[in-house]
Structures are given as structure tokens and as C-alpha cells.
Design a protein around this ligand. Structure first.
Ligand code: UDX
Ligand code: ADP
Length: 463
């Protein structure tokens, strides 16, 4: 089967960049990304591609090249489903906030709605691809809905998880470590797998395209995220021990990372991991393990989350303790709100939780982030439901300029590792702050010696 038309349901952080790259690399395939959110589609269609709703280095250039040629953003979900041979499902699968599995299991209501919509519209055979990260065996549920509510057409379900990381989405998509495609071991399943392999083979070496059964593919994605998050919690656990023993976590990370069996990546101690995936996927893994009665497996992975929550809380506690056990009425400036650099995404960002703790201690929190909007920061805090929107609004001061944000502060805290923070005139910032001037580097990106030379009391993570 030759693929000429692709539809992607969900124009979010995964669907948008992934489809933009497929369209760029496959000019012979028409790619239509659809979403129920009209504003989001309007933003993707903004004549100035600098204004597309997702900030990723290199993405606006790709959208500028492909949009209108073979890349389209639309709210006409049914039309796009009808026309496409392949439909990617790339909608959100948040942690459930109600009912059974609340706070743990993935909420699959958006996935089910997509399946029902595809079943209703499809008049020809379709390949349905799970792009969103899903609990293992979700494909079974999708297949059951499609087969039982469809118009008698044949559906092949493939699992094709996305491993891109935000902030490096474009380079990850252009040069992936691997592409994983899971499908049925039937002649129809294999034909569907091959059709999707051919799409990726337009720019990815065939030996990097792995094909597996559906369940292995679904579980591999959860496993990859769990292992990555586990490394961060492991090094963060060591960071606390380093602080007690006089060891330096950066030196420890370097020493162990040179062991080729361990490797040097994902060993950066921090204020705690954030992002839309790690916590959600581990909770989901824990839930699945518990549902099979595998309590030891569940407890093992849950500890990764417990450690991460501890690391965030430890950071806010350290600020309070260092500032003579009170931050009431003191201005504490955050540099960074995004969950990592080079993205405007803030989901589960450590900054939100640290701000919430400090506001509880009656601090006046000020924030500067080069990419995150004021509305986003306030809605992140509101989402925690710790206090009213009005109270959040009056407790958080948001600045467009880092120097202004730091003026008159008792302490500055680095929450995101934006490169620009390392290029600041720190003498100027020091001069404008209350003394003693405290600097809490939640990302270990600044030069401690230089800052101490200026006069800052510098506190990094794990040293
Ligand atoms: C992650 C996975 O990397 C990606 O493969 C998957 O598709 C989605 O989830 P993402 O959440 O976008 O990607 O970013 P990632 O680079 O993994 O960072 C996650 C969090 O961990 C960030 O808050 C980051 O700052 C933090 N982190 C990462 C550390 O604290 N230390 C590290 O060494 C690495
Ligand atoms: P991710 O990080 O997984 O890409 P996002 O929340 O950024 O998640 O994006 C998911 C997108 O999917 C949202 O823009 C949402 O409006 C869209 N969406 C959810 N359900 C549907 C649906 N049934 N039809 C079309 N779009 C949907």
C-alpha cells in the first residue's frame, strides 16, 4: 500500500512537530493535522510562522516550508479522517482526575472519542496509528470500538510511539535514535507496518526502524520514560547525600558517566523533573502493575515519583531555611518557569510547585521566563487549587525583563536552564538586590566561584 494522505488528530506538542517533519520529508504525502481547538488551529495557520502555538527551535522554518504545500492545519476532523489512508491519534492522555484510578491511571476518554469518530466516518480501510503514549493493551480497546461501531471496513491498529523530547523536537524527529512500529503478525498487519515503515524510510535508515508486536511497542514507550526518569531521581537522591557529605554531585555524575555501561546522559541533578510525560507515564505504569497484582513492581517505580516530589520540596525548604527561616514579605525571583529550556511548555514544571510552597510561606514571588506567558503561569498555579485566582494573581509578579525581575530581591532562584541566564551581567543583578544576596541554582548552570567572588551566597544542587 502506498500512502498519499495522512491525517493526525491532535495538533499538540507531539502531533504538530511530528507531522510538520513528515510533511517536510515526504512532499508526495498530503498531511492534515486536525484539532477540536479552533484557536490552536488558527495559531498553526498564523501567516507569520513565528507565531505558531508551539515554540521549538527550527520548527517555524519547517512549517513555513511545508504549510500550504502538503501540510495543512484544520478543524474539519471528519473530512480529514475520511480522506486519509493513515490516521495518527495524537491527543492528550492526562492522568485521571476522577473515579477508578484517579491520580494514577491514564484518562483514555479522548482516545475513545477519536476511535468512535474514526469508526463513524471511515468508508474505506484505514490504518490507525497510536502516537500518544498509552497504557499497554490500549490498541485492543481501540480495535474493539472500531470493529464494533464501524461501517464494516477493515482497520489495522499500529503503535508508533514518539520519543522526541521537547526543546529538541525537530532534531530528534530528523535524526531519531530509532523508530518503533508495533503491529499484528498477520498479512494485513504486516502490510500496514510496511506502509508506515516506507513513510519513515524517506529520511530514516531502515536499520533504525524497529518492528515489534503491538504490546511490546506500547510497553517500550512507558519503559523508556520510566528508565529516563529513574536516572534523574537516582542522581537527585545522590545530590542530597552529596550535600551532607561534602561530595559534589557534578563530579560524581561525571565519574560514573564515564563508565560506558552507565553513560553520561540524563545524570544532571536538578530541582526535579517536569514535563507532560515522566510523572504521568510512571503513575500509569504503577497503576498497570497494581492492576495485575504486581505490588513490588508498582512500589519500585512509584519511588521514582516520591523522590522527585521530595526534590522539589527540598528546594523550596532550602530557600526558606537559608533565608533565616522566613520568606514572609521577601521578594524571591525565579529565573525560568518552563519545565526545561527551549520550550514554552510548563506542564508539571518544578517551578509551579516551588512557587506554590513559597507563596504558602507568604513570599512575594517574581518570575521571568523568556517564553512562558503570564496567563500560562497563573493558570498553572490556579490548577493546583491551593488558593483563589485573585490570591495567585496578587502573589505572583511577572516580568518581561530579568534585571527588572531581580531588582530588590532577597534571593534569585534558577528554575529552568535557559542558556541566556549564563550570559547575564551578574554584578549588575547583585548590585540591585538586598544583601546578603542569595542565589539558588536549581539547575547547576551558573559559575559558583565567579558568583561567590561577586558576593552572592550561592547554593547549587548537590554540593
Ligand atoms: C521525555 C523523554 O525524554 C522523551 O523521549 C519522551 O518522548 C517524552 O518525555 P521531555 O519530557 O520532553 O521528554 O524532556 P526531557 O528532556 O526528557 O526532560 C524531562 C525533565 O527532566 C525536564 O524537566 C528536565 O529538565 C529534567 N532533566 C532531564 C533533569 O532534571 N536532568 C537530566 O539529566 C535530564
Ligand atoms: P501532547 O503533548 O500529547 O501532544 P497536547 O495536549 O499538546 O498533548 O495536544 C493534544 C491535542 O489534542 C489538543 O490540542 C486537543 O485539543 C486535541 N484533541 C483532543 N481530543 C481531540 C479530538 N477528539 N479531536 C481532535 N482533537 C482533539
Amino acid at each position: 500500500m502506498k500512502i498519499t494522505k495522512i491525517c493526525c488528530i491532535g495538533a499538540g506538542y507531539v502531533g504538530g512537530p511530528t507531522m510538520a517533519v513528515i510533511a517536510q520529508k515526504c512532499p508526495h504525502i498530503q498531511v492534515t493535522v486536525v484539532d477540536l481547538n479552533e484557536q490552536r488551529i488558527k495559531d498553526w495557520n498564523d501567516p507569520n510562522t513565528e507565531n505558531i502555538p508551539i515554540y521549538e527551535p527550527g520548527l517555524s522554518e519547517i512549517v513555513a516550508e511545508a504549510r500550504g504545500r502538503n501540510l495543512f492545519f484544520s478543524t474539519e476532523v471528519e473530512k480529514a479522517i475520511d480522506e486519509a489512508q493513515v490516521i495518527f491519534i495524537s491527543v492528550n492522555t492526562p492522568t485521571k482526575t476522577y473515579g477508578k484510578g484517579k491520580g494514577m491511571a491514564a484518562d483514555l476518554k479522548y482516545i475513545e472519542l477519536c476511535a468512535r469518530q474514526i469508526a463513524k466516518v471511515a468508508k474505506q480501510n484505514k490504518i490507525v496509528v497510536e502516537k500518544s503514549t498509552l497504557p499497554v493493551r490500549t490498541a485492543e480497546a481501540i480495535k474493539s470500538i472500531l470493529d464494533n461501531t464501524g461501517n464494516g471496513v477493515q482497520f489495522q491498529i499500529l503503535s508508533n510511539p514518539e520519543f522526541l523530547a521537547e526543546g529538541t523536537a525537530v532534531t530528534d524527529l530528523l535524526n531519531p535514535d530509532r523508530i518503533l512500529i508495533g503491529g499484528d503478525a498477520t498479512p494485513e498487519g504486516e502490510a500496514a507496518i510496511n506502509a508506515l515503515v516506507d513513510v519513515y524510510a524517506n529520511w530514516v535508515d531502515k536499520d533504525k526502524i524497529l518492528t515489534t508486536n503491538v504490546w511490546s511497542s506500547e510497553l517500550s514507550k512507558l519503559t523508556a520514560n520510566a528508565f529516563l526518569a529513574q536516572r534523574i531521581s537516582s542522581i537527585n537522591a545522590m545530590s542530597e547525600l552529596c550535600e551532607k557529605t561534602g561530595a559534589d554531585v557534578n563530579e560524581v555524575a561525571k565519574a560514573i558517566g564515564m563508565d560506558s555501561r552507565i553513560g553520561s546522559k540524563f545524570l544532571k541533578a536538578s530541582v526535579g523533573f517536569g514535563g507532560s510525560c515522566f510523572q504521568k507515564d510512571i503513575l500509569n505504569l504503577v497503576y498497570i502493575a497494581k492492576s495485575y497484582g504486581l505490588n513490588e513492581v508498582a512500589d519500585y517505580w512509584e519511588q521514582v515519583i516520591i523522590m522527585n516530589d521530595h526534590q522539589k520540596r527540598r528546594f523550596s525548604n532550602k530557600i526558606v531555611q537559608t533565608l533565616y527561616n522566613t520568606v514572609a514579605g521577601k521578594k524571591i525571583t525565579f529565573l525560568g518557569w518552563a519545565f526545561k529550556k527551549d520550550t514554552n511548555d510548563t506542564r508539571e514544571s518544578a517551578a509551579i510547585y516551588v512557587a506554590d510552597d513559597l507563596i504558602n510561606e507568604q513570599a512575594e514571588v517574581s518570575v521571568y521566563d523568556p517564553k512562558v506567558s503570564r496567563t500560562k503561569m497563573l493558570s498553572d498555579l490556579d490548577y493546583l487549587e491551593t488558593r483563589t485566582s485573585e490570591e495567585n494573581n496578587s502573589s505572583l509578579a511577572i516580568f518581561n525583563n530579568a534585571y527588572e525581575a531581580c531588582k530588590g530581591a532577597h534571593a534569585v532562584a534558577v528554575l529552568t536552564e535557559w542558556d541566556e541566564f549564563t550570559t547575564y551581567d551578574w554584578q549588575k543583578i547583585y548590585d540591585s538586590m538586598h544583601k546578603p544576596a542569595f542565589l539558588f541554582d536549581g539547575r547547576n548552570i551558573l559559575n559558583a566561584k565567579e558568583l561567590e567572588g561577586i558576593g552572592f551566597i550561592y547554593k547549587g544542587i548537590g554540593s
